[in-house]
Design a protein around this ligand. Structure first.
Ligand SMILES: [Zn+2]
Length: 252
């Protein structure tokens, strides 16, 4: 019985070692101040607004990539303006949140249609209300080099997603980036708390900056990051003197 237990435990340790061995955190950076970019995607302005006082009290500066602005109410537009006035960046996440690769390659749309409808139309509405996004995030992270290049006509950087165990892919070494790979921190990402903290620690140790992606704050949705996790991140940032950058501040 004891022998079986030892065997089972050994197998467990080997499995854990194997999986943790696949993870990579370190990337050497050259930033004056190591830091973090916290990004929130989509149209959940009411939810974000609710947590604005909490973010203020902890000195958090985040980036909000906005989609479906055409459906925002006057009150939601007002809230978005207040979020910006508290030092956060308002960025762009397309007009209708379509998967851009499907939109072009699985339908009859052209890349020109894509740029006109999913970029220019939504941007124009935001511009009319005084929002001038300079950075972009892909819905579902679906991108390719052709889109990246087209979007650089409108934006300083584009953000895709990091779906790998190579966490260093979400770490940028300087403030001069045009392609970011955000690391999901919400429930759907299935990342563990220690991994999130490890990548922050790695950014600090290497004078680099990590880019995180979230959606809702503390809702039942699987695209939500718990308050517990966010507070853990914010406390680590404070304790370790990391700097909050916005997406545009690392896209010069
Ligand atoms: Zn999205």
């Amino acid at each position: 019985m004891a022998k079986k237990l030892v065997l089972a435990l050994s197998a467990f340790v080997i499995i854990i070692a194997f999986f943790s061995g696949c993870k990579k955190f370190e990337k050497e950076g050259h930033m004056q101040e190591p830091g973090v970019v916290i990004t929130f995607d989509d149209d959940r302005v009411d939810n974000w607004f609710e947590y604005l006082p909490m973010m203020d009290s902890l000195g958090v500066k985040a980036t909000f990539y906005i989609c479906k602005y055409n459906r925002f109410t006057a009150d939601q537009k007002r809230k978005l303006g207040i979020i910006r006035s508290h030092g956060h960046e308002i960025a762009f996440h397309t007009t209708n949140h379509y998967n851009m690769e499907d939109y072009v390659y699985k339908s009859r749309h052209t890349i020109d249609d894509l740029m006109r409808c999913e970029v220019e139309a939504g941007l124009k509405l935001m511009n009319q209300d005084g929002f001038y996004p300079t950075t972009f995030a892909y819905p579902y992270g679906a991108h390719n080099a052709v889109f990246d290049k087209m979007l650089m006509r409108y934006f300083k950087s584009v953000r895709a997603l990091n779906g790998t165990q190579d966490f260093s892919k979400s770490v940028v070494p300087t403030q001069h980036n045009d392609l970011l790979y955000g690391l999901g921190i919400d429930k759907s990402s299935k990342r563990s708390d220690p991994d999130i903290i490890n990548v922050l620690q790695s950014a600090k140790n290497n004078n680099a900056c990590v880019v995180f992606v979230s959606h809702d704050i503390n809702t039942p949705s699987k695209f939500s990051t718990s308050l517990h996790r966010l507070i853990q991140i914010f406390e680590f940032v404070k304790k370790n003197n990391l700097k909050y950058y916005t997406a545009s501040e690392i896209s010069d």
